[in-house]
Design a protein around this ligand. Structure first.
Ligand SMILES: [Zn+2]
Length: 464
């Protein structure tokens, strides 16, 4: 009997322990690990400039996947003064559940008055709490402080060069001084932006900006210098200029079956060329869409330019050559009496004898040497400060990217690669991303009047 009672007591004890476990230990463990979790919420700030003007934007996100977000407070303070930019409480569906928001994007447009935050340093403070029961049910807390500098003063942009006489399709140079470094500065010509570059003058605040005047630019379109400082304040300065209008030629090019049969096979492996289409349809695609893609490939080299004036004196042209097509010729392409396509020819075609040596037009650095669709085998030379020359339809290329070349160094041999009917050189010049008329750069007096004298007068003025 006594043994049985003992047995019964043991069972009872085990039962009680089990119940105790379920009623006390499991909830305690759950509370410790789940409700008292110690993982802090995360604040990720994606966009917050260190220099700001009165208006700026804070972008980022906050998250807490264990307990959920409880609240976020973002404030801006300076010498005891505080402005609350965001104060948000996230709800919770219940005492034993996670907060209803596990993550939330931060998107705070800030617009403070100049009186409240005059120029100088200020502190941005982000405080986020979660729904953990830690810290006496206040939750885990993450605090981030960021120092920002208010700058509401626009940069000063002073144009130093004078006499800006430009032509449609031509080039121009403006030299200006900035009062502070500006990540974006240059010349706007209508909607086109041409970046300015420091590095020519010992004074690093003086910039050279070569720009192109698109062939369709007219006097009623804006032409001005612009600069935006790190805080986003911008300055704009017009400059005296005279725009000369140009008449460009119109031409009709006849496309024959012989030409199509000879040329199209070269393009059959190029992406976008559909050999199931008729030869005329393939030609129209190559002459329009592919031409545009090829131009973009060429202009992508514009960003490789170096802040060094490699060139010196007038640019050279292919010796003993006759021009076969001019810059900005408007061409209609005619097939069996019908106009099937049109394009503007943004370079000069020069023909000499077959496979003639092609010299570099001026000193520079090779930035590109490869096959580019309609241009065939093409070399691109950087002459510095955004000015580049191209040589198309080559039969053979004899230079490589990175090579430094002097004026008249041989870069390849002429040919018919790309969309060329006969052996010729397609010579082009561009500034940043717009083709310009090479005739100006072949002309010693144009260079002297529009570039060299301008640089010399600023040198004299700046005393260096
Ligand atoms: Zn050409």
């Amino acid at each position: 009997m006594q043994f049985k009672r003992k047995e019964k007591g043991k069972k009872l004890k085990t039962g009680l322990i089990t119940i105790f476990c379920f009623l006390v230990i499991v909830p305690v463990v759950w509370m410790l690990f789940v409700k008292f979790e110690g993982e802090k919420p995360t604040i990720e700030i994606d966009r917050l400039p260190t220099m700001v003007s009165a208006r700026f934007e804070i972008l980022g996100k906050v998250y807490d996947y264990k307990s959920g977000l409880k609240k976020i407070r973002v404030s801006l303070s300076r010498s005891g003064k505080e402005t609350v930019l965001l104060d948000k409480i996230y709800d919770s569906p219940g005492w034993f559940q996670k907060g209803s928001a596990l993550s939330d994007p931060i998107n705070i447009p800030v617009n403070v008055s100049k009186n409240e935050f005059p120029d100088g340093k200020a502190t941005l403070t982000f405080v986020v709490r979660d729904y953990s029961w830690r810290d006496w049910w206040n939750g885990n807390k993450t605090t981030i402080e960021k120092e920002i500098v208010f700058d509401t003063q626009p940069p000063q942009l002073t144009v130093l060069s004078s006499q800006h006489n430009v032509s449609q399709g031509g080039s121009g140079l403006v030299i200006y001084r900035l009062s502070e470094p500006c990540p974006k500065n240059g010349i706007m010509v209508g909607d086109e932006f041409f970046p300015g570059h420091a590095g020519y003058f010992p004074d690093k605040n003086i910039y050279l900006a070569f720009f192109a005047v698109p062939i369709d630019h007219t006097a009623d379109k804006d032409l001005y210098a612009t600069a935006v400082d790190p805080a986003g304040n911008s300055a704009r300065s017009g400059f005296y200029h005279y725009l000369k209008k140009k008449m460009f030629r119109k031409d009709v090019l006849k496309i024959s079956d012989t030409f199509l049969n000879a040329k199209l096979p070269e393009f059959q492996n190029i992406q976008g060329v559909d050999t199931a289409q008729s030869p005329v349809e393939q030609f129209v695609f190559i002459n329009s869409e592919l031409r545009e893609q090829n131009n973009q490939t060429i202009f992508a080299n514009g960003t490789k330019t170096e802040n060094q004036l490699y060139w010196n004196g007038p640019f050279g042209r292919l010796p003993n050559s006759a021009p076969k097509a001019n810059f900005a010729d408007y061409r209609d392409y005619e097939y069996n009496g019908t106009i099937i396509s049109n394009a503007v020819h943004m370079g000069i075609d020069l023909a000499s004898t077959q496979h003639v040596e092609v010299p570099a037009a001026n000193n520079g650095k090779i930035v590109f040497a490869d096959y580019v669709g309609i241009y065939g085998n093409l070399v691109c030379i950087d002459h510095g400060f955004g000015l580049m020359s191209i040589y198309g339809h080559l039969n053979q290329i004899t230079v490589q990217p990175g090579d430094l070349v002097s004026k008249n160094d041989i870069i390849g041999f002429s040919g018919t690669s790309g969309m060329a009917g006969g052996d010729h050189l397609h010579f082009g010049l561009f500034i940043d991303h717009v083709f310009v008329n090479p005739i100006e750069w072949w002309d010693a007096s144009w260079i002297a009047n529009n570039i060299t004298k301008k640089i010399e007068s600023v040198k004299a003025m700046a005393g260096n």
